[in-house]
Design a protein around this ligand. Structure first.
Ligand code: HEM
Length: 77
């Protein structure tokens, strides 16, 4: 696991989203787009933490922590 300061959307966050996630959510936002995920970060992390999303099974703790850390760092590209 990279140090928090090294987290980047392209390398560390985008790969957390499956193609299925992206396709399912395209009418709301594009999970493969840094600007879109940054803009909707509160709703995205909220639904993940609540276990509402993805619709087919909650994320494991390590993925949730990585996304939260990335948000805390200011959502670096
Ligand atoms: C990491 C993957 C995903 C993320 C971060 C995500 C995030 C979200 C967010 C933020 C919303 C807006 C409503 C809310 O806050 O609950 C939403 C709605 C929705 N998502 Fe997802 N989603 C993901 C994957 C999926 C998948 C795989 C499906 C279905 C196969 C899906 C189906 C839906 C549907 C039908 C809605 C609208 C109805 C509702 O609000 O529950 N999503 N999602």
């Amino acid at each position: 696991m990279p140090s928090p300061a090294e987290l980047s959307f392209e390398r560390d966050i985008k790969p957390l989203f499956r193609e299925k996630d992206r396709n399912s959510m395209l009418s709301f936002f594009d999970l493969y787009d840094h600007a879109d995920v940054s803009k909707h970060a509160d709703a995205i992390i909220g639904s993940l933490l609540a276990g509402r999303m993805p619709c087919d099974g909650a994320w494991p703790e390590d993925q949730l922590e990585k996304l939260q850390k990335w948000i805390d760092l200011g959502k670096p590209a």
